[in-house]
Design a protein around this ligand. Sequence first.
Ligand SMILES: Cc1cc2nc3c(=O)[nH]c(=O)nc-3n(C[C@H](O)[C@H](O)[C@H](O)COP(=O)(O)OP(=O)(O)OC[C@H]3O[C@@H](n4cnc5c(N)ncnc54)[C@H](O)[C@@H]3O)c2cc1C
Ligand code: FES
Length: 500
Amino acid sequence: MKLPQYPQSYWLNSTKLPQFPSLKEDLKTDVVIVGGGISGVTLAYLLSKKGKSVVLLEAGEVLSGTTGHTTAKITCQHDVIYDEFLSHFGEKYAKQYYQANNEALSWIKQTVTEQSIDCDFKEQDAWLYTTSVDLVPDLKKELQAYQALGIEGELTDSTPLPFKTRAGLRMPKQAQFNPVKYLNKLLELAVQQGVQVFEHTTATAVDKPSYVITKEGHKIESKQIVSCSHFPFYDDQQFFFARMYAERSYALCFKPKQEYPEGMFLSIDQSKRSLRSVMIDGEQHIIVGGENHPTGQGICTIRHYETLEQFAEETFGIEKLLYRWSAQDLTTLDKLPFIGATDNKPELYVAAGYKKWGMTTGTAAALLLEKVITGERSPYVDLFAPKRFYADPTIKTFLTYAGNMAKHMVKGKLFASNRHAEDLENGEGSVVSLHGKRAGAYRDQEGKLFIVDTTCTHMGCEVEWNSGDLSWDCPCHGSRFSYQGEVLDGPADKPLHRIQ
Ligand SMILES: Cc1cc2nc3c(=O)[nH]c(=O)nc-3n(C[C@H](O)[C@H](O)[C@H](O)COP(=O)(O)OP(=O)(O)OC[C@H]3O[C@@H](n4cnc5c(N)ncnc54)[C@H](O)[C@@H]3O)c2cc1C
Ligand code: FES
């Protein structure tokens, strides 16, 4: 079966989104929200409902970031996590993590019903499963954590999947939806409530006393500023780049030969696989996800799609392959997201680090920040406080990632390529040698050559070619750049230097 030539998300293809102008003047408002993904759009909806004036800035187009490239399971079953949280943070915080996500799930469900949102919302059980007997004890321990925390769940010897599994841990009454259809409606309601949205408007800095500055130099004066930009657009000496790491993962959407059972599934095996169904034109399709790896450090990226394709063929059989896409999400060193006020500026808030569970966590972030900004209390402020530092679990991972960065800075500079730009075929990209120096080259389908300096503009690591998504990806903190050098993902905020 032939993989689709270009990556494209089903969610973005299924929904016609409105267009918004770019900002062309200075403004004054109550709250500026930077980033139009699930966190930013949900928060804009909530705050405007409470009568706040809100300006939402989006560097590209709304919902086209990670939210437009998710697999959109709405669940509190975030892999095997509760046993770990229970031992690292204790019962109170582990329970609160579940409660915050469960409230977010209920809020989404209630909002879909109240606003009659047509977004293919469907209640589903969530399952963790394994095909290895060696991993059954991990599911048993996770079930014990569920029991200790009062989370509903059951362990079974098998699952409804049509291939052999050794055990399954079921969390009932979770859900799935089409996130772009859902958020498109929230955005429409937010605009009706007075939210001003500006696309192709990048926030670059925060100035005293409380201004957001855009790339074009416009200023927005506001009482509060919220960074919902996936990677926080303004670091404020918080060193977020050293306290979070980016991982890419891949998704395929296909029409199966065999029928898909009810449920959403995630394997805990070494090669993780995520499965859910989706109805397209009245017919059942499957989205399979997986093949995680740190950004900029994978094998030839198209192979990740091929591996998923092979899994799909072996398990359900592929009648037709419709879409392939990939994206990245950020994980903090202690695996809890950063949601709340930053240390240095109490009027500046961040929401980031959802560990690939942002449908509930991004919604939980919006619910928490709405309360804080409108002067109400939230029980989750301490749990998610970005200024926390739980030393124990973080230190080891921190050192691994710091060592990783040093390795990639040195390795990249020493690397000599024996390829040259003129050798590249149409549609091919590679690190090349240019006048004896390392450079990055891509030749498009029409034969036009694009050459960039491969030094990442964030902190100087060397970017690597991503053949699956035609981008330059940085192995150090996950910045990504288009083949023309434009920033696709932060923390970098400046393009790669173009070489003519
Ligand atoms: C492959 C994959 C599958 C996933 N599956 C699931 C799942 O099944 N369930 C689940 O719960 N979660 C899942 N996730 C995670 C979830 O999709 C993310 O956590 C969530 O979408 C993040 O939302 P966000 O609003 O923080 O960021 P985004 O959706 O990325 O939105 C941030 C926006 O900010 C904009 N921006 C960035 N910088 C600036 C700036 N300086 N100025 C203005 N705008 C800016 C960006 O353009 C972007 O549109 C998955 C993630 C991946 C990668
Ligand atoms: S993202 Fe930090 S050096 Fe590239």
